[in-house]
Write a protein that binds this ligand. Structure first.
Ligand SMILES: NC(=O)c1ccc[n+]([C@@H]2O[C@H](COP(=O)([O-])OP(=O)(O)OC[C@H]3O[C@@H](n4cnc5c(N)ncnc54)[C@H](O)[C@@H]3O)[C@@H](O)[C@H]2O)c1
Length: 259
């Protein structure tokens, strides 16, 4: 059998033991659930958020895992580099990056403001891209890694009131493909996850209303998602079981975008 046909064994329990993960937006919502599930799966964690969360820190250490907290703002390039430097200083490498931090302000195009556009692009697209670049370069040096970008169904299809948010998320999906194309050869895999509405602070703020109830009826599965369901996708993409996933967009939307 030639080299290309060799089957690489992986842990079928999707264990993340021995891996170091840097997770942005770890103090709330989806990022918090990803962090908790990663800790249960055995990863040591570097959290990056505007504000630290003691709940998250205690949860990680209660699982017997190591936790490094770095407070910072994704829109500040020095904060990104600081997080990467501190992670490397403590752990020597970063095996997984989850780019989860994001903001979601919705407005109709005709009433759209420069403020929402600029903030959304700065955090959701530019910040995430700069973090992927900073971490990815260390992964190339260390022989590989997995970058997971949290995009959205709004980056796949057009939705009312999503001009800035949807455009930024579509940008993240394309950024994922660009990096996957260039870095696959170095063992660095870059994939996206595109959830439907997820019941977090952000999800509730925008969708806990009549519009949300109407929206639910357009989802074939007739429900919104839970942060734990997105976390399970991230565990899979971080694990060695997903070693041939590169440049993919894992859509978790109850079938919303199929038609
Ligand atoms: N909730 C949903 O319905 C939904 C659906 C699809 C995609 N998403 C995406 O999932 C991700 C997480 O969403 P969520 O619902 O958990 O949001 P959330 O508001 O509950 O949490 C977002 C976290 O990101 C952090 N953050 C925001 N701006 C930051 C910055 N500049 N620097 C560092 N950290 C920053 C916040 O402090 C917060 O802890 C976002 O990228 C969002 O776009 C959410």
């Amino acid at each position: 059998m030639g080299e290309t046909n060799k089957y690489r064994c992986f842990n079928e329990d999707y264990s993340l033991e021995g891996k170091v993960a840097l997770i942005t937006g770890a103090s709330n919502g989806i990022g918090m659930e990803i962090t908790k599930m990663f800790a249960r799966k055995g990863a040591d964690i570097v959290t990056f958020d505007l504000k630290r969360s003691e709940e998250v820190e205690n949860y990680i250490t209660d699982q017997g895992r190591q936790c490094l907290t770095v407070e910072g703002d994704l829109t500040v390039t020095q904060d990104i580099q600081n997080a990467v430097d501190k992670a490397i200083e403590k752990f020597g490498r970063i095996d997984v990056l989850v780019n989860c931090a994001g903001i979601g302000f919705l407005e109709m195009a005709a009433e759209s403001t420069e403020k929402v556009w600029d903030m959304t692009m700065a955090v959701n697209l530019t910040g995430s891209t700069r973090m992927a670049l900073a971490v990815g370069k260390t992964m190339i040096k260390n022989g590989g890694g997995s970058i997971i970008n949290i995009a959205s169904q709004a980056g796949v299809v057009a939705l009312e009131r999503h001009l800035a948010y949807g455009t930024a998320k579509a940008g993240i999906i394309q950024m994922t493909k660009q990096l996957a194309l260039e870095w696959g050869q170095y063992g660095v895999r870059i994939n996206a996850i595109s959830p439907t509405i997820i019941l977090t602070q952000m999800g509730e703020m925008n969708w806990n209303n009549e519009k949300g109830e109407a929206f639910k009826k357009t989802i074939p599965s007739r429900r919104f998602g839970y942060p734990e369901e997105v976390a399970a996708c991230a565990v899979y993409l971080a694990s060695d079981a997903a070693s041939l996933f590169n440049g993919a967009n894992l859509v978790i939307d109850g079938g919303f975008t199929i038609s």
